[in-house]
Design a protein around this ligand. Structure first.
Ligand SMILES: C[S@@+](CC[C@H](N)C(=O)[O-])C[C@H]1O[C@@H](n2cnc3c(N)ncnc32)[C@H](O)[C@@H]1O
Length: 298
């Protein structure tokens, strides 16, 4: 049976299905059609990259074809691959997602990198370093740090109970449940400290910019994870003074910045009596992405 021009059926080989899907995604203006096609074929057929390559000539079963077509329709409607799969890798670790969690972005790994650099050169106050992640979402930043710092204990906060449940199950799946806790509150309000590291990737998109974001983001990432208020700085204004009160002497606050926000965030940090002692860390696109400040020992 000849494969249909659109839609998948069991006349397709794995290779022809992958190519056909990439072509359909490309004509629909999807940004990374080849990568997305490979990920969706892998997920629909439950195959890793090696399986896709070694079984390239095998024909799809009717169930595989139907599953792939369903995934294709969702991606063509601009649902991100991570949402379709319900999972995303961050810092080389697997994270489950839910409707309440942001898809963790590669840019946010810059926050983890800078936090680790500062942690490794600092004198930490006690035997068990304490970390807080404000607006933890899937738990991505906190769990990446706990994975890298074996003695540390960490707490993640979020306003969304549903996001906290996802973060909790990610902690369990990564074997980090015993070193993490998750608390529902606004920013750091329910935390006492002192913490050696406080990290945050807060909502920072100005409200008026949200309708201009790509369909993939504005329709599929939770509004609570994006909306930073009129000028985009509401979360920074709330959490920076809270963090300053809860840092141990010598401890550091590291936050993600939206494009063009780094300098104003440093001003807010200085106003909260924190010391900005290094330039922001740029992401792979060269955008200053992770901003840090220390609480000086008195
Ligand atoms: C940009 S997302 C970051 C999620 C995760 N840390 C990451 O980097 O993938 C911001 C997170 O802050 C949470 N959030 C928004 N307002 C909050 C508030 N007032 N207090 C605590 N968390 C809040 C959202 O629910 C969301 O999970």
């Amino acid at each position: 049976m000849a494969p249909l021009a659109t839609g998948f059926d069991s006349g397709h080989s794995i290779e022809s299905a992958r190519r056909a899907l990439a072509a359909r995604l490309q004509s629909a203006g999807i940004e990374e059609p080849a990568l997305d096609a490979r990920l969706l074929v892998g997920a629909a057929l439950r195959l890793d990259l090696t399986g896709i390559v070694t079984q390239a000539a095998r024909q799809l079963t009717p169930e595989e074809a139907a599953r792939l077509e369903a995934y294709a329709q969702r991606r063509l409607a601009h649902e991100p691959v991570a949402r379709i799969l319900g999972a995303r890798e961050f810092w080389g670790l697997p994270f489950q997602l839910s409707e309440a969690t942001l898809v963790p972005r590669p840019d946010t790994e810059t926050v983890v990198e800078l936090a680790l650099e500062i942690f490794r050169e600092a004198t930490i106050s006690g035997p068990r370093p304490r970390i807080a992640d404000i607006g933890t979402g899937s738990g991505a930043i906190l769990l990446a740090l706990l994975h890298e710092i074996p003695d540390a204990f960490g707490v993640g906060t979020d306003l969304s109970l549903s996001a906290l449940n996802t973060a909790r199950s990610n902690a369990a799946a990564l074997g980090l449940a015993g070193r993490s806790g998750f608390v529902a509150c606004s920013y750091a309000a329910a935390l006492r400290g002192p913490f050696d590291l406080i990290v945050s990737n807060p909502p920072y998109i100005p409200s008026g910019e949200i309708p201009k974001l790509s369909l993939d983001v504005r329709e599929h990432d939770p509004h609570l994870a994006l909306d930073g208020g009129n000028d985009g700085y509401d979360a920074y204004r709330a959490l920076i003074p809270q963090a300053a009160e809860r840092l141990a002497p010598g401890g550091a606050l590291i936050v993600e910045a939206g494009q063009g926000q780094a300098r104003d965030i440093e001003t807010l940090m200085t106003a909260a009596a924190l010391s900005v002692d290094r330039p922001p860390r740029a992401d792979l696109a060269g955008i200053p992405r992770a901003v840090s400040a220390r609480k000086m020992p008195s």
